[in-house]
Design a binder for this molecule. Structure first.
Ligand SMILES: Nc1nc2c(ncn2[C@@H]2O[C@H](COP(=O)(O)OP(=O)(O)OP(=O)(O)O)[C@@H](O)[C@H]2O)c(=O)[nH]1
Ligand SMILES: Nc1nc2c(ncn2[C@@H]2O[C@H](COP(=O)(O)OP(=O)(O)OP(=O)(O)O)[C@@H](O)[C@H]2O)c(=O)[nH]1
Ligand SMILES: [Mg+2]
Ligand SMILES: [Mg+2]
Lengths: 292, 277
């Protein structure tokens, strides 16, 4: 693993030395390779290495740990710092009904995550209402209804030919008139480069004025994750991120890429297919995983 | 690259970035950059455009190895089992393949062996309707192997040309789920000699280096005979296929370029590389 590799690089450095530019260079290259292998974006990795370098140069080599361990510690701390040290929950302030929109590329887990979030809110004592705003994917509405039945949570029934923005508007009205305090809107997966569909999201945003727009991304996403997140943030505005399929063995570097390019907090991690498989985001565990 | 006048470190860095950003991975990229550097050292190339052509040729040779489209030979039925992790596009790709086969005059049966995922059967039934293929399914939560068994029997009795089996998405590191796939394969092999004739792993072009782990573990468990890569209509380049192709001989069959029934293409190495470089 990375700490072992770094220990090898620094094995000749004595305890009284300083981490100098020269002996850091190999270490930085090793760290950069490790990040790229973990799917951290090329430019994000470069910037990360620069900040690690400036934190490491001139540092006293502590007597208690090896230089390799110290370097590893600096990297780990910097990673946690970038990922977001404290966890921020959902923004639940505001007069009900408030709404949350889940958006993202195709297949990232939005529908299942919508149900998971609704379940979390119900357990917290709120009265959630699920809104199936995906009219394109075969059986998408049915999928959300079946999930809501399992959870004994109510869901909106779109009328035939109802457009997604109308579905959301009408669901919001219905929720307000029937005592539901939180809408969770499941939107269709779409490409960030699909202008018409990105516009559809903007319309839904205008109709429902959501408390948060949550970008749902796949933990195994590669280099392009930055471009997707950036576009969603530019065109729509993201308030938070949910990273799904963390129960796989992907290193999850996309987490760092997305956070670095949008600055928005990662709020939850999807950890399985069951409806209780969702956890609050904790930077240290994600950092360890990215570093492998 | 087009505007560059000479081959220098900056050019090589730009090429390195293009390759990494396409998801080719560090090992593959470093290897190719080293090859290019050697060519320059030996004086074999001094023009940026020629260097880029050499690079393209190197990558082409790696991919060409696996540029083998699917030939559905006359069997009754030709059995295709579609596998892969969650959400990559298996069900949608099956719908597209079914549409292609029926357009080509073949009879197609679909087995709804994803008995786990909510509304998976309904989703496949809609695709079956679109493609003109009947769907064999059981009521919710039943054993996937039982659905497959019924589908095999139905296909054999009807003389169906192609049977495509849709399976539930699953994380490749979950051994119990991989065992379930092995069981399905055994059932198929027991009923029909040489079947499944194709075990098609579906990969998502937006996935990074984890695709390598997926290919390795699914291959280890079942033996993959083909790969389909979806969502190439997005901005991800799927460069990880170069890494996969460098390590294993598994034919790249199809690419998915959208969500409609016609959005399926045969894999083509040249077109694939042109999208990256
Ligand atoms: N292993 C695992 N699977 C997940 C997780 N979250 C979602 N899934 C699975 O991923 C697949 C896709 O989930 P969906 O909720 O349908 O994804 P989606 O984003 O709504 O898809 P589209 O609406 O088509 O864009 C399903 O098989 C889910 O069960 C997770 O955290 N872990
Ligand atoms: N843009 C684009 N979207 C695709 C493509 N292939 C599939 N999709 C979309 O990806 C999402 C997931 O597709 P599915 O076919 O449900 O994926 P799956 O692998 O069967 O998912 P699970 O059964 O849940 O594991 C859907 O929204 C599809 O429309 C493609 O080539 N391009
Ligand atoms: Mg969905
Ligand atoms: Mg499916």
């Amino acid at each position: 693993n990375l700490t072992d590799k770094l220990s090898l690089i620094f094995k000749d450095l004595r305890g009284y030395g300083k981490l100098s530019e020269k002996n850091i260079q190999d270490a930085l290259r090793e760290i950069r390779m490790s990040l790229l292998e973990a799917d951290v974006n090329f430019k994000v990795a470069k910037n990360f290495i620069d900040s690690v370098k400036s934190r490491a140069i001139g540092r006293e080599v502590l007597g208690s740990i090896t230089p390799g361990q110290q370097m590893s510690k600096i990297v780990h701390e910097e990673l946690i710092h970038l990922l977001g040290e404290k966890n921020e929950g959902l923004r639940l302030a505001g007069s009900p009904p408030i709404s949350f929109m889940l958006v993202g590329l195709q297949g990232t887990g939005k529908t299942v995550t919508s149900a998971k979030i609704a379940n979390l809110l119900k357990e917290k004592g709120r009265n959630p209402y699920l809104v199936p705003a995906d009219i394109y994917r075969p059986a998408a509405i049915e999928q959300l209804h079946k999930l809501s039945d399992q959870l004994k949570i109510e869901a909106y029934f779109p009328r035939e030919h109802e457009k997604p923005s109308e579905i959301c508007r009408n669901a919001l009205d219905f929720a307000g008139n029937n005592g539901f305090d939180t809408l969770i809107i499941d939107t269709a997966g779409r490409l960030h480069i699909d202008e018409a569909l990105m516009e559809e999201l903007q319309t839904i945003k205008e109709e429902t004025n959501p408390s948060e727009i949550l970008f749902v991304a796949d933990a195994m996403a590669g280099q392009d994750a930055v471009n997707v997140a950036k576009k969603f943030d530019e065109l729509l505005g993201i308030d938070g991120v949910i990273l799904t399929k963390m129960d796989g063995d992907a290193r999850g570097g996309a987490a760092l890429s997305i956070k670095a390019v949008t600055g928005k907090p990662i709020k939850f991690l999807g950890t399985g297919e069951k409806l209780d498989a969702i956890e609050e985001f904790h930077a240290d565990r994600v950092a360890s995983r990215i570093l492998g | 690259i087009a505007s560059k006048k000479k081959i220098d470190d900056q050019l090589l860095e730009e090429l390195e970035e293009i390759m990494i950003v396409s998801d080719m991975g560090v090992q593959v990229t470093c290897g190719l950059i080293e090859k290019m550097k050697n060519k320059v050292k030996k004086g074999e190339v001094d023009q940026p455009e020629i260097l880029k052509q050499y690079l393209r040729d190197e990558i082409y040779n790696i991919l060409d190895n696996n540029d083998k489209n699917l030939e559905v030979s006359a069997r009754s039925p030709f059995v295709i089992m579609v596998i892969g992790v969650n959400g990559v596009g298996k069900t949608t790709t099956i719908g597209k393949m079914a549409g292609r086969f029926t357009s080509g005059g073949k009879s197609v049966l679909l087995a709804a062996a994803d008995t786990f995922r909510t509304a998976a059967v309904e989703q496949l039934q809609i695709w079956g309707n679109r493609a003109g293929a009947e769907v064999i399914s059981h009521p919710g939560g039943s054993d996937p192997a039982a659905v497959v068994f019924d589908a095999l029997k139905a296909a054999q009795s009807r003389g169906t040309d192609v049977l495509i089996i849709d399976t539930a998405g699953r994380i490749h590191t979950k051994t119990n789920l991989m065992e379930e796939l092995k069981k399905i394969k055994r059932i198929v092999a027991k009923e029909i000699v040489d079947a499944p004739h194709e075990i098609l792993l579906t990969l998502d072009a937006t996935t990074g280096q984890n695709s390598i782990s997926q290919v390795k573990l699914f291959d280890e468990a079942l033996g993959i005979t083909g790969i389909a890569v979806t969502k190439l209509d997005g901005t991800s380049k799927g460069g990880v296929l170069v890494a996969i192709s460098g390590e294993m001989n598994i034919p790249f069959r199809y690419i998915g370029i959208g969500e409609k029934i016609e959005d399926l293409r045969d894999f083509n190495a040249g077109e694939f590389i042109d999208a990256i470089l």
